[in-house]
Write a protein that binds this ligand. Sequence first.
Ligand code: NDP
Length: 378
Amino acid sequence: AGWSVCFRRNVSSSPSRLQHCMSAWVIDQYGTNGALTYTEEIPVPTVNSPSEVMIKVHAASLNPLDISMRGGYGATLLKLRRDPMSVMGNDHDSEFPLILGRDVSGVVVDCGSEVTHVAPGDEVWAAVPPWKQGSLAEFVTLTEYEVSHKPKLLSHTEAASIPYVANTALSALVNAGGLCRDSSSNKRVLITGGSGGVGTFSIQLLKAWGAHVTVTCSHNAEGLVRGLGADEVVDYTAGDAAEQLDMMEKFDVILDSVGGETELWAMGLLKPWSGAKYVSLVTPLLPNTDSMGMLDGLLQAGLSLQSKAIQNIISSGVFYRWGVYAPDGPALDEVSKLVDAGKILPVVEAQFPFAQVPQAFLKLDQGHARGKTVVRVA
Ligand code: NDP
């Protein structure tokens, strides 16, 4: 992880040659909110390879993943991704102190020699992969491929609300759901959990692509999701959502951001034998590797996915898939164009100053998100 002793601090808008340390919110062990610690002694993540980009963080945002990672979720698989030798039991690098925060909007301060797409001074946004040190810090360093120019029309605070949910939604809808800008106009899509971070982004993306969008959410989120373009809204708190949806025309794609028992009734809402796809964002992959160990966990998750996929394709000709976040700067370039064209708006429900990161986590802990919670870092 490259942690070393920090011997000097010099806070400025860009790291001077003398600045070795930066401020950050870290955890030194997994736990609840009490595990979050503010420190000014974290080594600045300097550019160490020709493709890296160092960003001065202006704003970050929180995702459910940050709450989960705070408690140790995914630790086994993420540790392997950070340090492949850990699978052999050669655990050289501890993940602590671990910096959470998966979204960044900020300004490039340094670039590796092979970086061509961005330059120092550029305003950028990015989703930070879960295996990298996060954005609740003064600086974050990513590869050029993960970074994109931020939409010109958005402030850093607004921009930070989008990258992680955008990369997740695009990966799920395009790679797993088979949708794209040119093939969505005649498609009926159902989004469960439409009022959260992924949902509020996905509604707008799908409407920009011309799809017909149905959403499930609580009664008090109906105005929000309709304002973002949802064509039909089902209040899951006002009775059996499955029954209400069953009375509608069947769907081409379901993006399930609720998980749990949803898949038990959602498969029957898809058009049979027509290539329709159910995509779940709530997968057992990381929990399995945490509870069963790497090999058993991956095996069990793979078997579960395969058996559900086979069962559904045989019984009704519908595809059962998992959607996963994937780092993708070029995809964010496309989102940036949609934002600057006014087709996608940031949905910022709450903002917190950097000093109040624990309060921001508490907000997320309460659930019932209506868009995103953002932290102003600079
Ligand atoms: P949020 O917490 O932002 O939003 C969840 C939303 O779902 C809230 O608005 C909540 O509001 C609503 N909700 C809760 N229960 C139901 C229900 N039964 N029916 C309809 N709506 C419901 O989460 P995100 O949008 O950021 O993420 C959604 C899920 O996707 C999370 O579980 C997350 O962990 C997962 N995810 C997975 C990724 C992957 O790579 N696989 C990547 C990103 C996210 P209310 O309770 O008021 O109804």
